[in-house]
Write a protein that binds this ligand. Sequence first.
Ligand code: KG4
Ligand code: ZN
Length: 336
Amino acid sequence: KSEIVILGIETSCDETSAAVLVNGTDLRSHIISSQIVTHQRYGGVVPEIASREHSLHIQPVVQEALDSAKVSFSDLSAIAVTYGPGLVGSLLVGVSGAKAMAYAAGIPLIGINHLEGHIYANFLHNPDLEFPFLALLVSGGHTHLIFFEAHGQYQVLGHTRDDAAGEALDKVARTLGLGYPGGPQIQKVALDGDAQAFKFPRAMLEKDSLDFSFSGMKSAVLNTLNSARMRGETLNVPDLAASFQQAVVDVLVWKALRAIDQTGAKTLVLAGGVAANSLLRETLNKELSERSVRFVYPPPLFCTDNGAMIAITGYYHYLAGDFSPWTLNAVPGLGL
Ligand code: KG4
Ligand code: ZN
């Protein structure tokens, strides 16, 4: 085969997604079937419902991805699939589906770490991205600072000790009655709020630490709300949203800058669902241009869960000859 054609499949949480990527740069198709509306009425993802929805959607989503890319299984070089971390029932649908399809087509299977996928999403629009770089991964389940030396070679410099940034945004949004998923709602409502209205703490931890802690910051919002309620006062929701968003962004930016100082990195790569946040992007953009550090981030659609990021990670694994055995299993707690 002269072309390397990768089908990427993502089912780790509440998006069933498939994409066809040719030669690592040409995204021929990208289908995302989101379950947000299904889970909204419960205020968060219900794992059992998520896996059932994936079972219903995986086959049509894959078929649509193949059809719109005008390829069939016999044109594929390999199938890449997320095998962790994530919800076990959701991961299993993707892993078993991908295994069956790859086995039937007689092509290699490539298991992908979802976290690596988020970071590699950056190669889709920046194929010239050069190592080494520092990556700030901020999603619903993870907050990591990682130093990448080469493909597949990296070192975790810091991570959250409790809640992930996205998780804290989601929980605060739920308490403020803003619905799920919370991050985009906080961003929207914050536009009408004053970010200086409430002084929420910024958890910086020990001197030189690159770890994060968002649980205390989240509790500060809940305590502020509760004590206002006891006094019979109602607080301004946009002000609360704007002030909390500002606190989270301040910590993320401050830690990223500290990591740049410590490593001397010349490039910062932003990734994960929270990377779609415009305040975070704008603040990093300003701070990094002042320091002449290159700032790379994916378009919003490629920040949240998607199959294209799995396809591009699969492409680099394919080049390295890094394939998975047919015994590949879902690993819900997979780390970096
Ligand atoms: O990466 P992702 O789609 O799923 C995980 O792997 O966790 O990230 C989802 C997280 C959620 O917490 C969601 O609230 C947050 O990303 N998020 C945002 C925005 N868009 C999504 N947070 C802040 N601002 C946004 N615009
Ligand atoms: Zn994700």
